[in-house]
Design a binder for this molecule. Structure first.
Ligand SMILES: [Zn+2]
Length: 247
């Protein structure tokens, strides 16, 4: 199956086999390892706190952003709605950039990708109009920009999922490497919007790269909306305190 059929397939629904064309996947396949996007990601362990977005005295965390002018209005609305969904449940809000030095520049580039956390200066968040402008995928990329890694790479993942290395092309193996993450005392979350689907990056279409253990039939890889634990983690990382969640 070629890449475009796979994109169509991936966008059919939010079943457990759907997978996100995330990070460098499209660049791996189309650009043969083009390094347009950083492959090395900051840990959620934020030693100097710079990788977190700063909190204003009011207790709000303001993340400045710009949206490229080549998105249509309805696409912009989907992007802004995803931002609002985060704001509604946390103390993080997204503000149009005025003159802030550090900000997220949302652009229609190749694939869906984001740096993890605040990286300093302008940081691109790519949402290709061919497959990335959907609520769940945008939330996923925004969560990267807030400092979150993929769920299946967290430090204790080996107790919860098995990585089937034999089904993963070597060039994509870095997407499955375990990270030294700060798990914020939250349980492993199969339903996290940051979890890959079971066939993500498979060497052959349909082969499983991630299998939940001990129950292999647990659903993973949803891209509908943030799970309750995803929301809890934002509130913990940014110490949102008593912020009331509207669910
Ligand atoms: Zn991702």
């Amino acid at each position: 199956m070629d890449i475009f059929s796979r994109i169509l397939e991936a966008n059919k629904g939010n079943n457990s086999d759907s997978f996100c064309f995330d990070d460098s996947e499209i660049s791996d396949m189309l650009l043969e390892g083009d390094m347009a996007f950083p492959k090395t990601r900051n840990a959620m362990k934020c030693l100097n706190d710079y990788c977190k977005w700063p909190k204003s005295p009011s207790g709000q965390v303001e993340v400045p952003y710009t949206i490229a002018s080549d998105f249509y209005d309805d696409e912009k609305a989907v992007i802004e709605n995803a931002m609002k969904s985060i704001t509604a449940k946390t103390c993080v809000c997204f503000v149009l950039r005025k003159n802030q030095v550090d900000y997220i520049s949302i652009e229609n580039l190749l694939g869906c990708s984001s740096a993890v956390g605040r990286s300093g200066g302008k940081q691109q968040l790519s949402l290709s109009v061919d497959g990335c402008v959907s609520h769940g995928i945008i939330e996923h990329e925004l969560l990267h920009s807030l400092g979150f890694h993929h769920e299946h790479t967290r430090s204790d993942r080996d107790q919860y999922v098995q990585i089937n290395w034999q089904n993963i092309p070597q060039a994509s193996a870095y997407n499955f490497q375990k990270k030294d993450t700060n798990n914020l005392n939250t349980p492993y979350d199969y339903s996290s919007i940051m979890h890959y689907g079971r066939t993500a990056f498979a060497i052959q279409y349909g082969k499983e790269t991630i299998t939940p253990i001990p129950n292999p039939s647990v659903q993973i890889g949803q891209r509908k909306e943030m799970s309750n634990i995803d929301i809890q983690r934002i509130n913990k990382l940014y110490e949102c305190g008593e912020h009331i969640t509207h669910i």
